[in-house]
Design a binder for this molecule. Sequence first.
Ligand code: 3H9
Length: 693
Amino acid sequence: MTDVVSYALEGTVGVIRVNNPPVNALSHGVRSGIANALTTAAQDGSEAVVILCEGRTFIAGADITEFGKPPKAPYLPDLLNQLDNHPKLTVAAIHGTALGGGFETALSCNYRVALASAKVGLPEVKLGLLPGAGGTQRTPRLAGVATSIELMTSGNPISAEAALQKGLIDHIATDNLAEEAIAYAKRLVADQAPQRQASAITLALDEADRELISKARSTLAKKTRGESAPQRIIDCIEASAELDFDAGLKRERELFMACMEDPQSAALRHMFFAERAAAKIDGIDTSAEPTEVKRVGIIGAGTMGGGIAMCFAQAGVQVTLIDMSDEAVAAGISKIKTNYDISVKRGRLSLDQVEAIMSQIKPSTHFEDLADADMVIEAVFENLAVKKEVFARLDTICKQDAVLASNTSYQSIDDIAAATSRPESVLGMHFFSPANVMKLLEVVKGDKSSDRVIATAMAVGKRIGKTSVLSGMCYGFIGNRMLRPYAREAALCMMEGASPSQIDAAMENWGMAMGPLAVGDLAGLDIGYKAREQLSDEQKGDPASYRVADRLVEAGRLGQKSGAGYYRYDPETRQRMADPEVDAIIDTCRDELGIVARTVSDEEIVDRLILALANEGARILDEGIAQRASDIDVVYCYGYGFPRHRGGPMHFVQARGLTWAVQRMTEFQQNLHQDNWPIASLIADSAERGEAL
Ligand code: 3H9
């Protein structure tokens, strides 16, 4: 048929085999191959047709790399109508993951067989899209409104067993999928089973369905704030009941095209590839095999060390959790246990599972217990002298090929490595708090870190479910270094006239998970205060950028932990509330610094904060600290609550236009503090040349 699709008669069954590695995406060759095979099967001696795939999975969806390019016939919706109306009985045989257009292909067959290990799903929403090849019309007809809402708006796949329960799968195969699917097709023919078509079902909404739809709309408006695809999916589900099948398909097409043209989908598709690119390290010696990590040591049983221990124990790695005293380790273990108790209460884990996980964690106060660890992660407090001492001790105890990692947020990996006789074994593994929840892991390469050690940290990150990004060495690495100009602009907007509530609301309405001042309160304002104490006035920069924060700490307002910071917090609900006392502190600081308050618009707040991020990001890229612009986007979306549907700061600024960025920053240079806005040469040069970053 084509080199990626074959067709053969096996007895009385025509078998269409797709073989388009790695995930059998519906590229042009696959679509035309299936179309040709269906035409042949319509005319040959076959009584039934089975569609199955080679390799690791059934079709995982449309080919995302073709999006944005001129479309080429046959188009997927037309192909699936050809399949739906095929004269022979059709069966899809599913293994691996049948996703998006792949599951829509299966839904267009008369019957579906799946291996028990298979999963099916409609993840288009994660790409800012909706199922655009009949999925929004066929799924409700087969499985009803509730299942359709869940499947399409979460984008999460379900097991074959769950799909069977919901009427989306007809039969579970136990062993040889191809043989069983062919036998199943033959049996259906022998039994004169009807050629069931989802498209032929008429769906009517009852009162409960209507209620579900309206509830989903309002829940999604909050949960997926600012995203357009989830609401369009609900429109399609409504259309599946209100319109006939063909009119429903037409409506789906219109809304699919609206999603395709939406910058949100471009941003989410960018993130899909960015996440996968982040795992790749340029220029690494490919013979550098990662070391297998079976035993890990974690030093420091505080919040960070405990969270890291949970990540490893959950992945089945043996953990030795070390602290200075029996009390400190016991407190750490008890905190971990409390976290798991909450998971059990919420039904996320069973008691048995928790017991199995906890049994992986061995508390200790002896560094000597780390002699056989394959990797050690230090998570003691941020003090270079203490960290160097820890690494010097590890150097005398750990086996020669052990990876020695520091969870530092700021300290020099090179200085830490110099405390050992094996700097090539040392690197940074910067987890984000809470470490058991946050997906980001910054793997920080020191000057001497070996390729093997980096490859091991990246592989371990994947194993414990993190999205890892490689960073070079600089103060704050990628993420926290960018945070400084971002926080500076937030503070300056406040001094110039915006209230903390206005700043946070502007950023949250734009899509940030939490505004910058609320984040400060969550992290604790005393942390920045203590860090500033070590700096000279010159290093601290413009006093307007930290005066209010200093005064808040001096007034005992450390943030959420003391019940007040930039806001007051309800002790019960932790709800934040604007506080007139803070307004008074801000007013006093303005008077001291001779600043006259003005109106600062929400648009100015957003532009200043986002451009501050992207401008620093461009410098980081130019210096080779980040491998690629998209890595910076991954850091911000996974570690700092940047909205994925805006694609990260670098994608956002590029999509908005580098020329716009240069113009806007030039205005800031002229109207604000000139020194704060040196335009990164990478942005200026790329804008001039009309090139991407
Ligand atoms: C859709 O179907 C729209 C329709 O409703 C309507 C159309 C009209 N296309 O993730 P991995 C690449 S929208 C092209 O590392 P895993 C991926 O980039 C689509 N390429 O593997 C990577 O390349 P590289 C709806 C794709 O085993 C390689 O395959 N479907 C596609 O961890 C391996 O990927 C989805 O959204 C694709 N569709 O996970 C499913 N998918 O090696 C998206 C993957 O160069 N895919 N690649 O970096 C997935 O969720 C996972 O890839 C999957 C495998 C679970 C399948």
